[in-house]
Design a protein around this ligand. Structure first.
Ligand code: HEC
Length: 151
């Protein structure tokens, strides 16, 4: 066997082994509608399009999320995203948690959220200026502005 074929065979083997390695987190737990966020329809629509894949139990798992090693980083994003903020369990947060999260939402929609690698593959998730303003207006309880400290 040529060196090239040997290397190819090793890669194929490693790839197959990757698929067998168990990796937890790819599930959509049942939802309790009572706990779901209530916000103006326009704002909820933006959240569903741009945030829900990582910040809810209603993740739409694309086909590449089933193929390791890509799946590992996607699953990590969803697991960590749900931990940080989950719109499906919004009403289980305390008042102060909600206010803190709103501040974080206000801050992150103009920067790191939704994650850039996600937006690359989900073009419709990119937030327009108008959408950012709509979310920020909601997050600031209609004030339109919150002072946030940039990290
Ligand atoms: C591709 C997955 C993904 C998408 C889509 C996404 N997020 Fe996140 N988000 C994460 C991850 C992962 C974390 C936790 C890790 C971190 O703190 O960076 C996070 C954390 C957050 C936090 C907590 C603050 C922070 O900096 O940790 C907020 C608020 C947030 N996201 C808001 C949003 C909003 C609003 C949207 C939609 C406009 C959104 N995210 C879309 C993955 C995502």
């Amino acid at each position: 066997m040529s060196v090239f074929l040997r290397v190819l065979a090793i890669f194929a083997l490693v790839f197959i082994v990757f698929q067998i390695i168990p990796y937890k987190g790819k599930s959509n737990p049942p939802i309790n509608k009572k706990l779901e966020i209530k916000a103006p329809e326009k704002v909820v629509k933006i959240m569903k399009t741009s945030c829900y894949d990582c910040h809810s139990f209603e993740t739409k798992w694309p086909w590449w999320s089933h193929v390791a090693p890509a799946s590992w980083s996607i699953i990590d994003d969803v697991v960590e995203g749900r931990k940080a903020l989950n719109f499906n369990i919004w009403n289980s947060y305390t008042k102060s948690q909600k206010e803190k999260l709103k501040k974080e939402i206000y801050r992150t929609v103009a920067g790191p959220m939704p994650l850039p690698q996600y937006v690359l593959l989900h073009k419709n998730a990119r937030l327009s200026k108008k959408e950012i303003m709509a979310i920020r207006n909601w997050a600031s309880n209609g004030k339109g502005f919150i002072k946030t400290t940039v990290r």
